[in-house]
Design a protein around this ligand. Sequence first.
Ligand SMILES: NC(=O)C1=CN([C@@H]2O[C@H](COP(=O)(O)OP(=O)(O)OC[C@H]3O[C@@H](n4cnc5c(N)ncnc54)[C@H](OP(=O)(O)O)[C@@H]3O)[C@@H](O)[C@H]2O)[C@@H](O)CC1
Ligand SMILES: Nc1ncnc2c1ncn2[C@@H]1O[C@H](COP(=O)(O)OP(=O)(O)O)[C@@H](O)[C@H]1O
Ligand SMILES: [K+]
Length: 500
Amino acid sequence: MLPLLTAEQIRRADTHTIQHEPISSINLMERASKAFVAWFINHFPERSASISIYCGTGNNGGDGLAVARLLGHHRYLNIKIVIARFGKNSTADFDINFERLIATGIPYTEIQANDDLPEEKSDILIDALLGSGLNKPLAGDYLRLVTYLNDLQKTVVAVDVPTGLYTEGDQPKDSVVLKADLAITFQQPKLSFLLPGSGGHVDHWQCVNIGLDERFIRSLDSPYQYIEEKDIRQMLKPRTRFSNKGTFGHALIIAGQPETMGAALLSASACAHAGAGLTTACIPESGLTALNTYQPEVMAIVRGVKVADINWEKFSSVAIGPGLGKEQDAKDLLDDLIANFKKPVVVDADALNLLADDPELLKKLPANSILTPHMKEFDRLFGEHQSWWARVRTAIVKATELKICIVLKNSYTVIVTPEGKAYFNSTSNAAMASGGMGDVLTGILSALLVQKYSPVEACIIGCFIHGKAGDELALPNRMSVVLPGKLIQQLPLTMGKLMG
Ligand SMILES: NC(=O)C1=CN([C@@H]2O[C@H](COP(=O)(O)OP(=O)(O)OC[C@H]3O[C@@H](n4cnc5c(N)ncnc54)[C@H](OP(=O)(O)O)[C@@H]3O)[C@@H](O)[C@H]2O)[C@@H](O)CC1
Ligand SMILES: Nc1ncnc2c1ncn2[C@@H]1O[C@H](COP(=O)(O)OP(=O)(O)O)[C@@H](O)[C@H]1O
Ligand SMILES: [K+]
């Protein structure tokens, strides 16, 4: 896992590294700038490209000056530097890099408060105005400059953080950010990059390691973690030679109405493909033929039979909700499940909406159950939120209070545990934004629970392999859409590769 720190913690990690590696602050800046330049060269190898580097007078600006000098060494010959000296202060490392720049002879211009803004003809802008030191929304000269640069619609590459973007917390409404095509960010993705609010401000980000002290970073015990493939490889258990279907548990998926049987089929099929030993779907009678045709491996319990007839004890785990509807029979099933089943359950879709209408029932969920809301379901459960940051904060409070896992679905799905940790998933892509994809996730989570992964492990592994299967299909083949059924077919291959 990659711990995700707040800007204040990153500053502490910088200071600790400087003191204990030891490395001088200016050399750490040089290391960061070299890491930036290595990635920049990768993306923009054309040495004749016209590049303007906009520098503030803090350490982000210091990086910008070092980047200019290093690009010069790499024979980028068409570089222009603009220093925004809007205040009196500059940092010591900015000053050192300023001296070093002057020694290279690379030309620069300075703009001061209220100056006219320079004509800008370069194709690429490097944004080193402000980074993680931002502590208020842009205003005055910075706002004027950033608005001007945004209007030019050039290709922008941000150093560490796009100017004006908050690294965490609520970005004030209507605040202006220098929109970046690419942010090359130091040590770790900034928390805000992982939330949809940053979507309009940064198209892509790339994280480069600058060698901050990892033991110190881990000692901070951040509640926010970024899931990496190596974590999943460690967690996934290979299927042993003498295993049989009984080894891998029996999942029950309660889903589907006549009009939404597809949701039940997708969940049950995903569950079987993600390795449940046995899968039973509890569906309406009219869906039987569809189930037997689409996925003959899955058994059925026909709904309409009195709910109390379900022998809950038979199942190692139960998921409820996809396409279930909110009619009385659905509510009766949910009530019965919560009254009689004491192991963790997976609650999705309509079952979440039923819980939203019955907060007392929500409190009775078996400990360590998993809720898988998308944004709207989350807000129905826990109230309207103005930002994703606020949702993550609420999820931490609610998961701890209710002793459950909350899987808040999104491009970087956030898994919040009963201990109040928030794990950001690192896989999945926009080709997966297609109806039924969440139903597949529910099936995968059930399959992992019945295979005796702990609920937190099931969430972490489940979200990762769901997104990974989607990435394996979409990314190399440049597919614009991956349908859920196709993703299900990929799951055994994705899992097999991660186990092997
Ligand atoms: N530390 C290290 O060793 C390393 C750091 N590195 C680099 O340093 C960057 C962080 O540098 P930084 O802390 O100097 O802050 P930076 O973003 O340049 O801002 C400068 C000053 O601007 C001010 N300010 C804030 N908001 C404002 C606003 N809205 N409008 C106007 N002014 C505003 C505020 O000063 P204040 O106004 O509070 O006096 C702030 O201090 C980081 O992103 C990375 O690039 C790397 O080299 C790796 C090693
Ligand atoms: N733009 C996207 N990028 C990455 N993953 C996405 C994107 N859009 C959707 N997904 C994934 O697809 C699933 C959608 O879930 P959900 O909205 O519940 O779908 P449905 O209700 O149609 O089954 C989630 O797991 C989410 O993470
Ligand atoms: K910047």
